[in-house]
Design a protein around this ligand. Structure first.
Ligand SMILES: Cc1cc2nc3c(=O)[nH]c(=O)nc-3n(C[C@H](O)[C@H](O)[C@H](O)COP(=O)(O)OP(=O)(O)OC[C@H]3O[C@@H](n4cnc5c(N)ncnc54)[C@H](O)[C@@H]3O)c2cc1C
Length: 380
């Protein structure tokens, strides 16, 4: 029977980053992806990388991820296409301004010193197409930006393989073997594998892997849309990622066009990923209000993918207390591309060194039982 020290279920960004970090520490890793690497949420994502979160844990994690993406090419030998064009959060409600003032104090305290306030006049200089008539203020962090999900995922996957990890596509995990409260192996569509440790990296499908082990993992799938326009010269390539916080509309330069996204906050959870064109009309109507020039831009392509959302919009990272040998790295709640570099390194440290350079205990599964939930409020 095939065996591995660690089996990773799921080959999105977190599975591939973890395969790399574990192999770098000489762990024998087998990653199983039932489709192709990076083909699900990771391949549908907008590539946004920001540090402007409302909870301290996320800011600390993200500061680390940004540093890792800045050094990605040197370390991994593959581009990340990380363009630090900044993130501009556009605030139109007095309560948002108050909340972001508190955020700003916390950001400074934890060392996110380049984030600053921007008034409406400066915002319209930064984003020439922005309608600022109702804008009360903005926050801007120039070290935020966008990176390429395809490059980062394939970079980690290739580096993991060079270090000896086995990454298999087209193989589904179908069961978890347990004896005496411990993981003994996994069953797959291509045979059984003996292992003492499984990492659940199955994103929106993480609950189904959990159920194979008798565990309830609170992650729900939500469809999220993106559209990309044709050529749009009115937006400079240095235009920051711009977020209309009230509606969750966001846009950033993409190729010679513009990538636009927005959350349908009315839609219940579900696994559908076909494009809902009625919702896209609503998204474009909002885009036309916030950036009127965008109404002239035709849609070149559109798609939808899944957010993997936990009750507090925070990832679940670390061992599951009820079952020895079952670890979780899932439920990134729509910010998993940007969090995966740091999360994978810190989980590897937690596993092998029993400590990590940034404390990730606030992401532990136990928080649900304790009822100690700190909601991440800066979600888009
Ligand atoms: C429209 C959209 C925009 C987004 N924008 C951003 C953004 O700007 N920035 C950001 O950081 N995040 C963004 N996200 C969120 C981000 O894409 C996810 O948080 C991240 O990709 C999650 O990565 P993952 O590896 O956990 O999941 P996934 O990429 O979904 O990987 C999980 C993998 O597990 C596999 N799998 C499932 N079941 C099994 C099984 N039984 N056996 C084997 N394999 C299995 C799946 O096939 C899948 O490939 C966005 C998401 C969407 C949909």
């Amino acid at each position: 029977m095939e065996s591995a020290d660690v089996v990773i279920a799921g080959g999105g960004i977190i599975g591939c980053a973890l395969a790399y970090q574990l192999s770098k520490r000489n762990v024998d890793v087998l990653l199983l992806e039932r489709e192709t690497l990076g083909s699900q949420s990771t391949g549908k994502c907008a590539g946004g990388v920001r540090q402007q979160f409302s909870s301290e844990g996320n800011v600390r994690l993200q500061r680390m991820s940004v540093g890792m993406l800045e050094r990605f090419q040197d370390e991994i030998g593959h581009p990340a296409d990380f363009r630090q064009i900044g993130y501009l959060f556009v605030l139109t409600q007095p309560q948002q301004v108050e909340d972001f003032r508190h955020n700003m104090e916390m950001w400074q305290r934890v060392g996110l010193n380049d984030a600053r306030w921007v008034d409406a006049t400066e915002a319209s200089r930064m984003v020439p197409i922005l309608n600022v008539e109702d804008v009360l203020g903005c926050t801007f962090c120039p070290s935020d930006g966008i990176a390429s999900p395809a490059d980062v995922t394939s970079g980690y996957a290739a580096a993991a393989r060079r270090l000896g990890a086995r990454l298999k596509e087209g193989v589904a995990v179908t069961g978890i073997d347990i004896a005496s409260g411990k993981v003994q192996g996994v069953r797959t569509s291509a045979g059984d594998i003996a292992t003492r440790l499984v990492f659940n990296c199955a994103g929106a499908w993480a609950p189904s892997i959990g159920r194979m082990a008798g565990l309830e993992i609170p992650i729900l799938p939500y469809r999220r849309h993106i559209a990309v326009t044709g050529t749009f010269p009115a937006m400079p390539r240095t235009n920051p990622m711009t977020v209309d916080f009230q509606t969750s509309l966001y846009f950033h330069p993409e190729g010679d066009g513009v990538l636009i996204g927005m959350s349908d906050r009315e839609e219940p959870p579900g696994f559908a990923t076909d494009v809902n064109w009625e919702f896209l009309e609503k998204m474009f109507a909002q885009a036309a209000r916030r950036a009127p020039a965008l109404s002239a831009a035709g849609v070149k392509t559109a798609w939808a993918g899944l957010y993997e959302v936990t009750p507090d919009h925070q990832a679940i990272l670390g061992p599951m207390p009820e079952l020895e040998g079952f670890w979780c790295a899932a439920g990134f709640s729509g910010h998993g591309f940007m969090q995966a570099p740091a999360a994978a390194l810190l989980l590897t440290q937690q596993l092998l060194d029993h400590t990590s350079e940034i404390d990730i205990s606030s992401f532990a599964f136990e928080r649900f039982a304790r009822g100690a939930l700190v909601k991440e409020r800066n979600v888009i």
